[in-house]
Ligand binder design. Structure first.
Ligand SMILES: *Cc1c(COP(=O)(O)O)cnc(C)c1O
Length: 229
């Protein structure tokens, strides 16, 4: 099957079917899984189209792009923006204003920058690096506990769980099993932190089998990303 085939509506329906099948195979309910459509590099008009198809969760990974797009989309009550990219501390406040969820909390300084004296805490996920390469983003498993403890002191943040990207050189199923154990580490500090953000176009079924609650699916639904210069 080609990701380019058909319309956005067709691809969305197809992916939702595959999510439902994988969930049932794993003995889970599709209703406990949130499918986030990653719209990075695509215009705001695609977000409008997805909204019209019932999508309420979209993901972006670049600060400037999401800030622009939030202003460009048509009125879309209930639309939630998920920020899934690496985040510099000096952009944290801007992202806090527009994002419903930040999936990429990976260090104490970023927790402090995202924190706010607010009665409306920001939902965050701690991104865990499942590789040995520090450049891949995410906190190392060794530092996960201390980061979670630190975040527990930030009253403007609500830690909901963990996020990860599967390594390129390992079977995703194995990596996602490790992520499930990291999720348990976080739940020792935050018993309600039940979210696991994992699974992209190439590996979302494996993620569902390993307990993912939030899938971040881009190209399988949007088609290939336009090339940017
Ligand atoms: C781009 C991106 C995705 C979606 O990737 P696809 O392979 O297009 O599904 C998911 N998560 C993150 C962090 C991304 O940057």
């Amino acid at each position: 099957m080609s990701a380019e085939a058909g319309s956005v509506a067709d691809r969305l329906a197809l992916i939702d079917d595959r999510i439902a099948v994988a969930a049932r195979e794993a003995g889970r309910s599709p209703a406990e899984i949130t499918r986030i459509v990653v719209t990075k590099f695509h215009p705001a008009s695609l977000v409008d189209e997805l909204y019209g198809l019932g999508v309420r969760d979209v993901g972006e990974n670049r600060v400037q792009e999401v800030l622009e797009k939030v202003d460009q989309v048509s009125e879309a009550p209930g639309l939630r923006w998920h920020f899934v990219g690496q985040l510099q501390t000096n952009k944290a406040r801007a992202i806090r204003r527009v994002a419903s969820v930040v999936h990429s909390l990976d260090r104490e300084k970023l927790a402090d920058a995202l924190d706010a004296d607010s009665d409306d805490p920001l939902d965050v996920l701690i991104q865990v690096n499942l590789t040995d390469d520090p450049g891949r983003g995410g906190v190392s498993p060794e530092r996960l506990g201390p980061l979670a403890e630190h975040a527990a002191g930030c009253r403007g943040l609500r830690v909901r769980g963990v996020m990860a990207v599967a390594p390129l050189d390992e079977r995703p199923a194995e990596a996602f099993e490790r992520l499930a154990s990291h999720a348990r580490t976080v739940r020792e500090i935050f018993p309600d932190a039940t979210w696991i953000s994992a699974g992209m176009t190439g590996d979302f079924e494996a993620a569902i089998h390993a307990g993912a609650t939030h899938l971040r699916i881009g190209t399988a639904i949007t088609g290939p990303r336009p090339v940017r210069g």
